[in-house]
Design a protein around this ligand. Structure first.
Ligand code: 13P
Length: 252
């Protein structure tokens, strides 16, 4: 059985005071997840150290929302893998569609970041997803394949053991319009088949593929019941302790 990973991407929300409130709220309502389920929170950079401190000895693991492809140096405004590790991050979200769309991140850049993350012991959550226009043109699978080939380029099988993929259809992010379980399952199956072609079936069988895009307490259990959906990358609904707790509790 593959493990399941539920991650909360806070995006650009919560200052320090609000971070303390949200973390304390989560700790009070989230019950111990079922065996084989990991729960990750990804606050903004400015909240990571405080969150790490509050989450010590809890069930929550810590992740960041982005990372530089460089180790260190004159890169104003950037944050390195070493800085993330030093504040207790184990995960890092890479290639989110908002990074692709608003910060011009390419598959090539995301690939460099992914290599840097795995080489330095961080687990990258690599995001892929098509736009509404691409879905309507019927080219979803081609778009996803090109993104996957790009972001995984040069990663070895041994690296892939430390990689999580996230399918986030752009049209479902923050819109309240989630992919149906059937739509999501189709793409997840496609991703797994492609990873099997690129690596091996046994590796693909073990790969955790999260779904993200308007995951809410009322749709989480149907999405998570699909064969190839191994968790969720949650945006808006992770900012409320009760709704994030319900999503975590939806894993069967
Ligand atoms: P929403 O859950 O707000 O649609 O955001 C999804 C997302 O982008 C998570 O990374």
């Amino acid at each position: 059985m593959r493990k399941k990973v539920i991650a909360g991407n806070w995006k650009m929300n919560k200052d320090l005071v609000e971070t303390v409130e949200l973390i304390n709220g989560l700790k009070s309502v989230v019950a111990d997840p079922k065996p084989g389920v990991s729960v990750v929170v990804c606050p903004p950079f400015t909240s990571l150290a405080v969150a790490a401190n509050l989450l010590k000895d809890s069930v929550f693991k810590l992740g960041a929302q982005n990372m530089s492809e460089h180790d260190e140096g004159a890169y104003t405004g950037e944050v390195s893998w070493k800085m993330l590790k030093s504040v207790g991050c184990e995960y890092v979200v890479l290639g989110h569609s908002e990074r692709r769309q608003y910060f011009s991140e390419t598959n090539e850049l995301i690939n460099q970041k992914a290599k840097k993350a795995v080489a330095n012991g961080l687990i990258p959550i690599l995001c892929v997803g098509e736009t509404l226009e691409e879905r309507e043109k019927g080219i979803t699978e081609q778009v996803i394949s090109a993104q996957i080939r790009g972001v995984l380029s040069g990663l070895l099988s041994s690296d892939m053991e430390r990689v999580i993929m996230a399918y986030e259809p752009v049209w479902a992010i923050g819109t309240g319009r989630n992919a149906t379980p059937v739509q999501a399952q189709q793409v997840h199956q496609h991703i797994r088949k492609l990873v099997a072609q690129l690596y091996s079936w046994s590796l693909a069988e073990g790969l955790v593929i999260q779904y993200g895009g308007s995951v809410k307490p009322d749709n989480a259990s149907d999405l998570l019941a699909q064969n190839d959906i191994d968790g969720a990358l949650v945006g808006g609904a992770c900012l409320k302790p009760d709704s994030f707790a319900q999503i975590i509790g939806s894993v069967r």
